[in-house]
Design a protein around this ligand. Sequence first.
Ligand code: NAI
Length: 462
Amino acid sequence: MASYDVIVIGGGPGGYVCAIRCAQLGLRTACIEGRKTLGGTCLNVGCIPSKALLHATHQLHEAEHNFAAMGLKGKAPSVDWPAMQAFKAGVVEQNTKGIDFLFKKNKVERIEGWARIEAPGKVRVGDDLHEAANIVIATGSVPASLPGITIDEETIVSSTGALSLPKVPRRLVVVGAGVIGLELGSVYRRLGAEVTVIEYLDRITPGMDLELSKTLQRTLKKQGLSFVLGAAVQGVEKLKTKTKVTYKLRKTDAEHTVDADVVLVATGRRPYVEGLGLEALGVEMLPRGQIRVDANRQTSVPGIWAIGDVVPGPMLAHKAEDEGMAVAESIAGQKGHVNYDVIPSVIYTSPEVASVGRTEEELKEAGISYKVGKFSFMGNGRAKSMLAAEGFVKILANAETDRILGVHMIGPSVGELIQEACVAMEFGAAAEDLARTCHAHPTLSEAVREAALACGDGAIHA
Ligand code: NAI
């Protein structure tokens, strides 16, 4: 029987980061992962492979739509789907192998297999029993389907199947206009599929600042995606040559159908805790299937901690990573801390969408008076030189104190630009602090500064 200070169950972004930090803090650490490769959903079948496909198809879109305008003549490249899949697989392999290397470098022991917690301090993997004073559950989430719809990962797919379709479908129906639906819907639209997105609510990307959602929807519509909003999907029927999706419009109760070659079900994810033995241990759960944890991410059973998608909060890799580091610090006797007010979220469509902090709707509801500083990328020289001047940056600052409360952006590379807002908010900055910070010219980041200036005496280039 091997004995450790910490056993981390799950080798995704939450788990592997936690394990590395534990080892760096001098704790004898093992990480148990059931998959052959480390990295969890994010690296194997999520963030990383989807970004490879988004990047490749964005290049195609640039070649088809923008090259000629830049004086680049000639035929646009054609798509070799197996080669694009191989490119994606190579990117995944480099990343997952990178974590093997980091484990070796930091002396994290990797145990392959599916773990079950037999008792506090005891974890079984097959015939082997391992001991640890601390156990961290970082087992992530799995796609949540809809009642009556069975995902076969062939014609009715989750994000996992959608990343590895044998060919580009002619007609793709996406159920759910959230992050997964819009990112993968964009990929297949750019590859030539007819894409219809069916969403239960009257808007796309619920929870996002409404102005941003509306702008994103308009942009995606221009790119050829069709949207059916306010529609509850009733069922998906597999016929001989096609698949039929039935939905009901919530306003009129009218039933409609749409044909598809592939249906992507992207209606959210649920915590993955099956097989861990939590019920027998008496680990308290929340009604939505998450593990209940205290402010230090300890479960109701002493010595058992939980992080990432299995606990409440946004199901985002970087949130899990931060919680992983915080738990490692708590176990090592330090004060682990996560600032949940400053967790960015990014949608990797083209243009990208990025947000941090509160939305206008949240500020209104909380009765907080705020001012808005907004700047369009049309006024940004660098964006124009990239033929990417679509979108804007919006900064919401407290009307009295000028403190930045939320930043919302749509436009070129805003997934990178949002970090500036995160750093500013982490330091409790006022909009004026950003406005008085010299930004290099010509960069896209000047749009952030201009939005900050617009919170005060006004933007220069608007
Ligand atoms: P989501 O929660 O983002 O969106 C699900 C959508 O499905 C919602 O708009 C919801 O209203 C809709 N929906 C639910 N039931 C429906 C029904 N019966 N008919 C029609 N629409 C219905 O979930 P998604 O996109 O599956 O993503 C899962 C998780 O993965 C999210 O937490 C997301 O944040 C995360 N993720 C993050 C990414 C990123 O940060 N770029 C990329 C991909 C996933």
